[in-house]
Design a protein around this ligand. Structure first.
Ligand SMILES: Nc1ncnc2c1ncn2[C@@H]1O[C@H](COP(=O)(O)OP(=O)(O)OP(=O)(O)O)[C@@H](O)[C@H]1O
Ligand SMILES: [Mg+2]
Length: 674
């Protein structure tokens, strides 16, 4: 619930719309109840052959008689009974009786007051009826029905506005929430993405948001409008007989108890459904993204089965929600009908016997007429519609609350690496990069990097070599502050990068990652990704430096060719060269090339080296590679082994003293010879 309330805070800015919607709901409710009040006059028109004028005259007459009767009772008491009691000899009995009589007088006076106010309304009604209503019975009936139709039309108009206003307020607030959530999600740490999984986030942005939206719409729509409708019916029913109406209302606490029970189950059930949906997202995402592998390894049948089991699980959990929703309607209906039947039974007894009391309890002031009883019945039955609509309200809100829980749980995750806009900006790097006693682990107890220390001068090109999993990508990730070290520090120009403005660090960075990531956009936009306002000449120059220009021109639309999802329409080597151009265009002071040319052919690689040599002059470059011939452009080489630095030096130095390097070199030579 706490999270649902937090979600509601996003609706607050749109409270104006909500207030208007409540006003609309009030009008709708009033029209809804008032319509049913037409029943009694219509029945009288048909049954008793009285036109409206006689109906109201009779009612006024009856009211006046009632007032006269009570007044007479009062008068008698005052003039006859009290003086008689005053003569009683027993003082105690006399006082008691007098007290009782005073009480009766007060009661009668109240009754007269109430009857007089009713009389006033009746007289006003008579005035209107005499002025406007026709005297012919059929004409009057047509007139009444026309009023009913018009008020239904009016009700429809306000119904529309109520729903539309609530819808827009909720949609706007979800629009804000989505954007806020996206803002916090995009600042997640890399590790949070791996932990959470993108499918989980996707599910939260779509499925859970939908549940929340439905919950909020219900909360501001039905929860406001339907009880108002019911209340309006109850108010009008009270005008006919509030005691009988009260009798009907005894079921309300039972209904509330039942709804809260179902609601509690519902929240659990909805949470399970939402979780199940996000695991379906996971299967979809994995299989469609990895469709090549699925096909090549003929895993279609396996994936089909996995998806089948996932959907079956979703179906099973979904059925709980469906059944819980389905059961509330009939139960509420049964409760309602039982209550109506009870009230009707009592009312019918009163009508048949012409009494006003049952077992000594006064049920009505005047004896009920059949038309009034039918009118009462219609009003109570009319409550059934709002109640039926309300029956699944609690469940909807609970399912929205489950969605809100999942959304805010994800939104509340605070990234460890956080931007600090107040921190000083890192000036453009021009001195050194230093790793100082850096230790790092993704999960506690499993160190990935241990005590890594080395210093790089500005303009130097450092190659990182080592076996798979030795920690090369992780090490350069620390420089980009994808993670922060557990111990030690990374310093750029002597500044600990944790204390500097994060954006100012990353703006100096050019990264070509190990797995090339391109966007489903044009080649031009992919290259200009890190520098949206680059001039076309600059983009072209960067493409030339990455040896991408020629093949780009051969594409169907040149630079404007779309490259499909993840760059699917390009070869692996072409993708890498576009990624390289993207990094070059940014004019970074720190360039990180993580196997940036691993997919390029030998000839292209050699040419890229030529152009890179020029480019690397005014920046510090970290070069990760498994191809040792790439190392000719490196000034120094760092050999990593199991997260430790085994040796640092030039190619020749390392050949002399580092056994790991010697082995790597030999293997490389053999491969080249083969
Ligand atoms: N996000 C992660 N969460 C947990 N462990 C990770 C994560 N990324 C990498 N590792 C682990 O950290 C170790 C170092 O990984 P890293 O990617 O730095 O190796 P690498 O030297 O770049 O290897 P390669 O030559 O294959 O690219 C590996 O053992 C890997 O299992
Ligand atoms: Mg790597």
């Amino acid at each position: 619930m706490k999270n649902l309330i937090r979600a509601l805070q996003f609706v607050w800015p749109y409270r104006g719309r909500l207030a208007l919607s409540i006003l609309c709901a009030l009008i709708v409710a009033l029209l809804w109840g008032a319509n049913f009040m037409a029943i009694s006059p219509i029945l009288n028109l048909l049954g008793k052959e009285q036109n409206l004028q006689t109906q109201i005259d009779l009612e006024i007459q009856a009211k006046e008689e009632q007032i006269a009767e009570i007044a007479k009772g009062l008068d008698d008491r005052e003039k006859i009974e009290i003086p008689k009691v005053m003569t009683w000899p027993d003082e105690k009995a006399r006082d008691n009786r007098l007290l009782e009589l005073t009480r009766l007088t007060a009661k009668d006076e109240a009754a007269i007051g109430y009857a007089r106010s009713q009389l006033y309304w009746l007289q006003t009604g008579r005035m209107l009826i005499q002025r406007f209503a026709p005297t012919d019975r059929f004409e009057t009936l047509a007139w009444l029905l026309a009023i009913v139709v018009i008020s239904i039309a009016l009700k429809g108009f306000f119904d529309f506005w109520q729903e539309s206003l609530v819808g827009s307020a909720v949609s706007l607030s979800l629009f804000d929430l989505r954007n806020r959530f996206y803002r916090s999600a995009i600042h997640y740490d890399m590790s949070q993405f791996t932990e959470e999984g993108t499918h989980e986030l996707m599910a939260r942005f779509t499925n859970d948001m939908d549940a929340l939206s439905a919950g909020c719409k219900t909360l501001f729509g039905k929860v406001v409008a339907e009880p108002l409708k019911a209340l309006s019916c109850i108010a009008f029913a009270c005008m006919i007989s509030w005691r009988l109406t009260l009798l009907f209302l005894v079921v309300v606490p039972i209904a509330l108890f039942f709804m809260s029970k179902v609601g509690r189950y519902m929240k659990k059930a909805s949470r399970r459904v939402l979780e199940s949906m996000s695991s379906l997202y996971k299967i979809l995402q994995e299989t469609f993204q990895g469709i090549r592998i699925v096909k090549a390894f003929t895993m279609e049948r396996y994936e089909r089965r996995r998806f089948f089991l996932g959907t079956k699980d979703y179906y099973r959990k979904g059925m709980w929600v469906i059944n819980l929703e389905a059961i509330s309607g009939p139960v509420m209906e049964l409760l309602g009908v039982t209550a109506i039947a009870g009230a009707l039974l009592v009312g019918a007894y009163l009508v048949m016997t012409g009494e006003t009391h049952i077992w000594g309890f006064r049920m009505t002031i005047d004896p009920l007429t059949p038309a009034a009883l039918l009118n009462l019945y219609a009003l109570l039955a009319a409550i059934a519609d709002p109640v039926r609509k309300l029956s699944n309200v609690y469940t909807k809100i609970q399912s929205g609350a489950a969605g809100a829980d999942r959304i805010f749980h994800a939104m509340d995750k605070k990234p460890k690496v956080r931007n600090n806009p107040q921190a000083p900006r890192l000036p453009r790097h021009r001195e050194s990069v230093e790793f100082r006693e850096v230790c790092f682990s993704y999960s506690a107890g499993q160190p990935i990097l241990t005590n890594v220390s080395f210093r790089v001068r500005f303009g130097e090109t450092i190659a990182l070599v080592g076996r798979n999993g030795s920690g090369k990508t992780t090490l350069v990730g620390l420089l980009a502050r994808f993670f922060d070290p557990d111990h030690g520090a990374v310093l750029v120009d002597g500044h600990d990068i944790r204390r500097m403005n994060l954006r100012s660090l990353r703006q100096q960075l050019g990264l070509v990652s190990q797995d090339t990531m391109l966007f489903d956009d044009t080649i031009y936009n992919n290259i200009a990704y890190g520098k949206r306002h680059a001039k076309p000449e600059e983009v072209e120059a960067a493409a030339k430096q990455a040896l991408a220009h020629d093949f780009i021109l051969k594409q169907r639309n040149g630079y404007e060719t779309r490259i499909g999802e993840m760059g699917g329409a390009l070869s692996g080597g072409q993708r890498q060269r576009i990624a390289l151009a993207r990094a070059i265009l940014r004019d970074p002071s720190l360039l990180i090339l993580d196997e940036a040319t691993s997919a390029a052919d030998v000839e292209v690689e050699a040419s890229i080296h030529q152009t890179l040599r020029q480019f690397m002059k005014n920046r510090t470059t970290f070069l990760i590679t498994h191809r040792l011939n790439m190392l000719e452009i490196a000034d120094r080489i760092v050999v990593l082994e199991n997260g430790r630095i085994e040796a640092i030096g030039t190619h020749l130095e390392l050949l002399k003293c580092c056994s790991t390097y010697q082995r790597l070199h030999e293997v490389n030579l053999q491969r080249q010879a083969a």
